[in-house]
Design a protein around this ligand. Structure first.
Ligand SMILES: NC(=O)c1ccc[n+]([C@@H]2O[C@H](COP(=O)([O-])OP(=O)(O)OC[C@H]3O[C@@H](n4cnc5c(N)ncnc54)[C@H](OP(=O)(O)O)[C@@H]3O)[C@@H](O)[C@H]2O)c1
Length: 245
């Protein structure tokens, strides 16, 4: 079992990899920080991984994705699973005013992630099982005043994965979208924490592991975000427009 993790320094990805390391999985850890990737690789080996290879790459270098994906597959063979974990919360007030900042948000959270998904699926032998997992967000379910730039990118990724899942339906390829709510990770360092809506990276990782084992399509994590987002998605506009969320 070889698992490619794009954005292996993510706290959620690390917690997930630790869980899978115990099964003796082999990992390819892609990210931009050599020192952190090396430390995470050593940790995974200590947790039981059969192998853990850091792979330093700029995941958001849009024009190089296809070639890098080909190089990864040539070097490590066909992956059994890939997790697209990297993402950028950014600052909505900045992105609204600065087109460059907005573009970085779209490129990081949607365009590059979408191109990675397509590149990893391209030219795969049809009969070989493969699981593609991508971390979206509940923020992608409805555009809200406070974070619609991040939300738009995650929502677009959600649509792409939905279409891919339909395309590969009935084949051994699984496409799984993970939608976390609030998770206590470096990404949310600037947000006041606490309360029942906050989850740990390990709780989210446990849900991802279950989703992969059961071949789920869309997983809200923790589970209570599914009913919450069901309500938020269906609120009529005259109610929704008044909410300060
Ligand atoms: N935390 C939450 O509340 C929450 C909620 C919903 C969804 N999510 C999603 O969960 C995923 C994992 O995030 P996390 O919570 O585990 O946060 P995290 O620990 O801060 O990890 C973020 C990851 O994204 C990478 N990254 C950020 N900007 C990048 C860029 N421009 N180029 C390449 N890599 C970049 C980081 O790499 P470096 O280590 O090199 O910086 C890191 O690996 C993300 O897709 C995020 O959108 C998080």
């Amino acid at each position: 079992m070889t698992i490619l993790i794009l954005g292996a320094t993510s706290a959620i990805a690390q917690a997930y990899a630790r869980r899978r390391a115990g099964e003796g999985a082999r990992f390819v850890l892609a990210g931009r920080r050599q020192d952190r990737l090396a430390a995470i690789a050593a940790d995974l080996i200590a947790c039981g991984a059969a192998a853990a290879d850091p792979f330093v790459v700029d995941l958001t270098a849009i024009d190089g994705i296809e070639e890098t994906a080909r190089a990864l597959r040539a070097r490590f063979g066909e992956f059994d699973e890939a997790l697209i974990a990297y993402g950028l919360l950014g600052e909505q007030v900045v992105s609204e005013q600065d087109p460059h900042a907005a573009r970085v948000m779209f490129d990081t959270n949607f365009t590059s992630a979408a191109l990675w998904a397509l590149a990893l699926l391209k030219d795969r032998p049809a009969a070989v099982p493969f699981t593609l997992v991508a971390i979206g967000s509940v923020a992608g379910d409805r555009g809200r005043a406070s974070n619609f730039i991040y939300g738009a990118a995650k929502g677009a990724l959600d649509r792409l994965l939905e279409g891919l899942a339909q395309k590969y339906g009935g084949s051994p390829v699984r496409i799984i979208t993970i939608k976390p709510g609030f998770v206590d990770t470096p990404m949310t360092a600037g947000i006041p924490k606490g309360g029942p809506l906050w989850a740990t990276p390990d709780a989210v990782a446990a849900d991802i592991a279950r989703a992969v084992a059961k071949g789920r399509r869309v997983v809200y994590t923790p589970w209570f975000w599914r009913p919450i987002m069901l309500i938020i998605r269906h609120l009529p506009w005259f109610v929704f427009k008044r909410l300060k969320i």
